[in-house]
Design a protein around this ligand. Structure first.
Ligand SMILES: [Zn+2]
Length: 450
């Protein structure tokens, strides 16, 4: 008797499991449920308001309404220059239009939706005035140094190249530039985005943005130039020296060399030898590598032993003076150093995909990445749209739709966004706003005293 009941119970549970599952995919129906139940409108709006949505008399009430959002609808229909005065307005527009992609543009001098009216009034001052400092990194820019995947594909062997970008840039943006409010976001498929949100960063001119982008640039020459990295000058810049000793060297030697089998074939060996400017030295190294093909070194060790032989040759006293001093570092930089899309960072009016969008090709959410634990980030474990809808089904419909996300695996990402990024940033915004306001009051008081 009791046995039968148990079996019945199991069957019932299995039945529920089948009902809760949602087939993989990306479509308007799925997206509508996501926008109805899961997209974090409130947090998103608070972020882009930067404290100006409060009641404080120092707030700039026009601020959020001058921000451009751009929607890409189904069939690649672009709706640029959308603007919103309230979270409710934003929410109802997104729910109504159901954009496949949401991009964030700059804050303009006037409401971008009314730019034509301003132009007609002869008061043509439609220019971008504020924008987060942004970085866009795409793993397909690393196709010449990864052998596991190409194009938009990624796997756990090449994804660590993105982890390295986060480590290098995050440390420098904080340590060298003093920025504190930095948001890293998975692009949903092939890379990462960085948003530097300090007010000092948002007010940078295009010239200042270019100077910061150039600070990170070590790549010279174009697509066809063999030597992509040139580390010049008598000593390495402290930022590059730190990047090398703290991150790049060990990543290259302990991980990439083996995971990408960088010295396991003649073709791959040649590619590294081409980075050595002295042909005689390159052929000396090649001869030593030929020698160990006959030796008993296993396939596992060949990358490490060939790398050691290269280093010993290049760093021997004999070659130190021949302009080869930096060659080992240059090879490591060529294979590991962040490759940024510079144009995105240099101009205020570039659009960048918003966090918490869904990538149409992968169905994955563009979730924030914690820079302090970025090595644990696994893109293949990021929740997909169908997975989230399945979780909603399994949790059952509840009256309190405010907290639907708490019952899905999106919870971790929204909590991280809120507590690690949004709250500290809004606290800083409030302090700046209050001190600017009291300085203004003090000034007008002084003027009155005259
Ligand atoms: Zn890969």
């Amino acid at each position: 008797m009791s046995d039968t009941m148990e079996i019945d119970g199991q069957q019932q549970q299995q039945q529920q499991g089948v009902d809760a599952a949602v087939p993989d995919g990306f479509n308007t129906d799925y997206l509508r449920i996501y926008y109805a139940k899961l997209f974090p409108y409130g947090d998103f709006f608070k972020w882009l308001s930067y404290g100006n949505d409060a009641k404080h008399p120092g707030c700039d009430q026009s601020y959020i309404g001058r921000r451009e959002l751009s929607f890409t609808l189904e069939n690649d229909i672009y709706l640029r220059f959308q603007s919103f005065d309230s979270a409710a307005e934003l929410e109802s527009s997104i729910k109504e239009k159901c954009p496949f992609k949401i991009d964030i543009g700059p804050v303009y001098s006037v409401d971008p939706a009314k730019r034509h009216a301003y132009a007609q009034s002869g008061n043509n001052v439609f220019v971008p005035v504020e924008r987060e400092l942004i970085f866009d990194i795409d793993i397909s820019d690393y196709d010449d140094v990864r052998y596991c995947c190409s194009g938009a594909d990624t796997c756990l062997d090449c994804w660590p190249l993105m982890t390295i970008v986060i480590k290098i840039l995050d440390a420098s943006l904080r340590g060298d530039f003093g920025f504190n409010h930095i948001l890293w976001v998975y692009s949903g498929r092939r890379g990462v985005h960085c948003w530097v949100c300090d007010s000092r960063a948002r007010k940078l001119t295009n010239e200042q943005r270019s100077a910061i982008a150039d600070y990170f640039r070590v790549y010279k020459g174009g697509e066809n130039s063999l030597k992509k990295v040139s580390l010049t000058g008598p000593v390495l810049h402290p930022f590059l020296a730190r990047s090398y000793t703290d991150v790049l060297k060990s990543f290259f030697e302990d991980k990439l060399l083996h995971s990408q089998q960088l010295l396991a074939s003649e073709e791959r060996c040649q590619k590294i030898l081409e980075l050595i400017p002295d042909e005689n030295v390159a052929s000396e190294i090649h001869d030593r590598w030929q020698g160990n093909r006959r030796s008993s070194i296993s396939k596992e060790d060949v990358n490490a032993s060939r790398w050691e032989q290269l280093k010993t040759t290049l760093q021997s006293g004999k070659h130190k003076t021949q302009g080869l001093r930096r060659c080992v570092e240059e090879i490591v930089f060529s294979y590991t150093y962040p490759r940024l899309d510079m144009e995105v960072s240099k101009h205020m009016n570039h659009l960048l995909k918003a966090p918490f969008c869904i990538h149409p090709k992968t169905g994955r959410v563009c979730v924030p990445i914690d820079p302090n634990n970025c090595e644990d980030f696994d893109p293949s474990a990021v929740p997909t749209l169908s997975q989230l809808l399945g979780e909603l089904n399994a949790a059952g419909m509840q009256m309190d739709s405010e907290s639907d996300w708490e019952r899905t695996s999106l919870e971790k990402s929204i909590r991280f966004f809120r507590t690690s990024f949004l709250q500290p940033m809004l606290k800083a915004c409030k302090e700046e706003l209050e001190s600017a306001y009291s300085a203004k009051l003090q000034q007008s008081k002084n003027t009155l005293n005259w």
